[in-house]
Design a protein around this ligand. Structure first.
Ligand SMILES: [Zn+2]
Ligand SMILES: [Zn+2]
Length: 143
């Protein structure tokens, strides 16, 4: 995992930024209906782990989007900041919001491929998973 980047993301107005030590270079697209509703298209995101420092937190609105995750955005400019898993505190951030160290980014996979509408397609050769496959692999186990 030596290809992880330390980096920073920021919003359009600059009031909010996020600092992470371990940004994965693997970009994933999520085609689920919620991501498409949220962003107007598939969400292209990178995993930042749980070691994340938020700056300008008073400007962050957090929307409780499901039982397992919440979505943060800048309440001033509306930029999407993160998708955060409740159980692990893990952050996924939009790949486009990362300001630095993106040279090694690779478009690696697509999830909820079964929810992708028929009117667009990415040409990259990626690993694709359906929603059911994602839940089977990542759903928090009930303890
Ligand atoms: Zn902003
Ligand atoms: Zn999604």
């Amino acid at each position: 995992m030596s290809d992880l980047n330390a980096g920073k993301t920021s919003c359009l107005c600059g009031r909010v930024s996020l600092e992470a030590k371990n940004i994965s270079p693997h970009v994933h697209a999520c085609h689920c209906s919620m991501c498409r509703k949220w962003g107007g298209g598939p969400m292209l995101a990178v995993d930042c782990g749980a070691e994340v420092k938020l700056h300008g937190e008073e400007h962050i609105s957090v929307y409780d989007s499901s039982e397992w995750a919440e979505r943060g955005f800048c309440s001033h400019c509306g930029t999407h900041l993160f998708y955060r898993l409740k159980a692990s505190g893990e952050y996924m951030v939009p790949a486009g919001s990362v300001d630095s160290s993106t040279a090694n980014f690779v478009f690696k996979g697509q999830i909820f491929i079964d929810e992708q509408p028929s009117w667009y397609h990415f040409g990259n050769d990626t690993e694709n998973m359906t929603g059911a496959e994602v839940f089977a692999k990542y759903a928090p186990s009930e303890e």
